[in-house]
Design a protein around this ligand. Structure first.
Ligand SMILES: Nc1nc2c(ncn2[C@@H]2O[C@H](COP(=O)(O)OP(=O)(O)OP(=O)(O)O)[C@@H](O)[C@H]2O)c(=O)[nH]1
Ligand SMILES: [Mg+2]
Length: 230
């Protein structure tokens, strides 16, 4: 029973949490935003479509502005993750206007096209823009992977300096991908989600904090943001 001041003690909260867990009444639901960036035509839309719909088309329809698709992952018994995968148009005509869509991203993939070596040179421009515009809630750089796409056509054009570039620039990993042949697409998304999960404050916290929670503060409604980390 709630006490007079609308305050739960730590012991009471532990009991409530145990009851919820034991009765499987509670599945934590997290929303993560992942952004996919890179020059026009490198295959961003195709990668996202392959991942979220399992489809590929040889047609090239330039993305105007930004778009997103959601994929829900049953992460573990107690956690469901809704991945919001954002597709940001790469055409120069948009300049860095679209970086407003970077906001709240917890991870990013920068894509280049193995058949157009110049698109690797642009990776640095995308990375600089990304790092300038967003940081993780703790002020750290968000996890980034680099995707060398269209690996079904050619792989011998992988830039020699890519390992060094990743090391120097704190890139989590790089992959040869193919949206056409479904090469490494799931692996990339799982790697990014994993990194985001590790960084994510909310997931590392239980309902229990060191301080008693005041219901009047609306604290219990704040399941994702604004919760203090343990
Ligand atoms: N062979 C092959 N073609 C691909 C692959 N990924 C994309 N393409 C093709 O490359 C072209 C451009 O792909 P998109 O996914 O539209 O490129 P984008 O990066 O979204 O381009 P913007 O929207 O202009 O920024 C399309 O014709 C795709 O079919 C791939 O892995 N292999
Ligand atoms: Mg596109």
């Amino acid at each position: 029973m709630m006490n007079m001041n609308n305050v739960f003690t730590r012991g009471e909260l532990i009991k409530i949490q145990e009851t919820i867990k034991n009765n499987k009444l509670y599945k934590q639901e997290l929303n993560f935003k992942i952004i996919v960036i890179g020059d026009y035509g490198v295959g961003k839309t195709s990668i996202i479509r392959r991942y979220t719909e399992g489809e590929f088309s040889t047609d090239y329809r330039i993305t105007i502005g930004a778009d997103f698709a959601i994929k829900t992952i049953e992460w573990d018994e107690g956690t469901r993750i809704n991945l919001h995968v954002w597709d940001i148009a790469g055409h120069e005509r948009f300049g860095s206007l679209l970086s407003v869509f970077f906001r709240h991203a917890v991870a990013a993939a920068i894509v280049f096209d193995l058949t157009r070596p110049d698109t690797f040179k642009s990776v640095d421009k995308w990375l600089i823009d990304l790092r300038r515009k967003i940081q993780a809630p703790d002020g750290q750089a968000i996890p980034v992977v680099i995707l060398a796409n269209k690996g079904d056509i050619i792989v011998k054009t992988v830039p020699q300096e890519i390992d060094e570039y990743c090391k120097l620039n704190n890139i989590l990993a790089w992959y040869i991908t193919s949206a056409k042949n479904n090469m490494n697409i799931d692996e990339v998304m799982i790697r990014l989600t994993n990194a985001a999960v590790k960084n994510h404050y909310g997931l590392q916290c239980s309902l229990i904090t060191e301080e008693p929670i005041r219901l009047s503060d609306n604290t219990l409604n704040n399941t994702q943001e604004g919760r203090k980390c343990c």
